[in-house]
Design a protein around this ligand. Sequence first.
Ligand code: XLS
Ligand code: NI
Ligand code: NI
Length: 438
Amino acid sequence: MAEYFKGIDKIKFEGENSTNPLAFKYYDPEKMVGSKKMKDHLRFSMSYWHTMTGGGVDPFGMATMERPYNNLDGMELAKARVEAAFELMVKLGMEYFCFHDLDISPEGNSLEEKEKNLDLIVDLIEQKMKETGIKLLWGTTNGFSNPRFVHGAATAPNADVFAFAAAQVKKALEITKRLGGENYVFWGGREGYETLLNTDVALENDNFARFLHMAKDYAKKIGFTGQFLIEPKPKEPTKHQYDFDTMTVLGFLRKYGLENDIKMNIEANHATLAGHTFQHELLMSRINGVLGSIDANQGDMLLGWDTDQFPTNIYDATMCMYEVLKNGGIAPGGLNFDSKVRRGSFEPDDLFISYIVGMDTFAKGLLVADKLYSDGVLEDFVAKRYDSYNSGIGKEIVDGTTDFEKLAAYAKKNYSIKNSSGRQELLEGIVNSYIYKS
Ligand code: XLS
Ligand code: NI
Ligand code: NI
């Protein structure tokens, strides 16, 4: 079998003093962190779309990526990409991957042809999964690239589009089940609007919920037991995406009785587009019991769009892993690198270097977070800050044994109030010192 990434061997852990760009400095998969192996905390996954099919196009320029399969097309290209994808994952020691239906095979000229192409490539993927032990973290569909989805898929104004989207998701669910996928993701794609002047928002939202209910029913029918995820995003490609952020999605799910069936796939760059930090979105999901999986990338704070960069920010990675630890882990979800190399980083080894840097960033983040969490510095500070709710009037508030009249009488007797400093800078300094020394 052809080797696609020649000259790159299996990436090894060499430790933090290594200067080899093709070695891990922090990601030591078998190392125990607390009670679990590092790899089982992180559950790293490759994104098929950015990694295997992304060409580096931008609105001003065409593809730049030099790839060893660029000379192929059609089904030959699709097959070569599968081989190359598994070679890359094996070399990186990456145990999971994620894909959209359209990433893996050509669409063809009919739904029948599309499904036939998919089946052929899925045969190959299944064989590769058996050979390597690599697993499918999640499957999804592309309901946004083809012009038929110009006005959306499940929220399209045209019922024929809704039906087509349903056919796609039906097939993608079957494939995800066949490959033992642990999750199935709904990212909105073009589920949103450009202008309210032409949009029936109420019908579009009702239809979106109808679509999700049908997906859930079909999953049950075929025995797919994986976790369903929605990936919030506030904008892009539409001006307003309905799945704005965690709390918006939760409100939607609760309205339509889907809150026990669907969790969140939180993406770092989508959180920042919504005006939140990555940690905010993870925390909102965690405290509501819906933290399902993570798209581990990062945006550029100076740009207003989804740049999907490989994560290098140690502070964000640390606070992400802090939330994951507080959540008791991320399984059956994982950390999917929904990240693409920059357009200028077009050589094949840039792919490896980028994954290594991303994996190292999260491995180091895990080590810092584990220390920070087990030492309990932040936890102790926060517990003390809210101590007034553990006794007296505070406990009565929490227990629901007081009311406005009793509280007003209490307040009159306790007119002079003493507050304590929030000590933000102290705490930021503590987090920094854990990053420096862990
Ligand atoms: C796009 C999304 C997409 C999903 C999968 O912004 O992040 O890549 O993860 O459809
Ligand atoms: Ni994104
Ligand atoms: Ni994503």
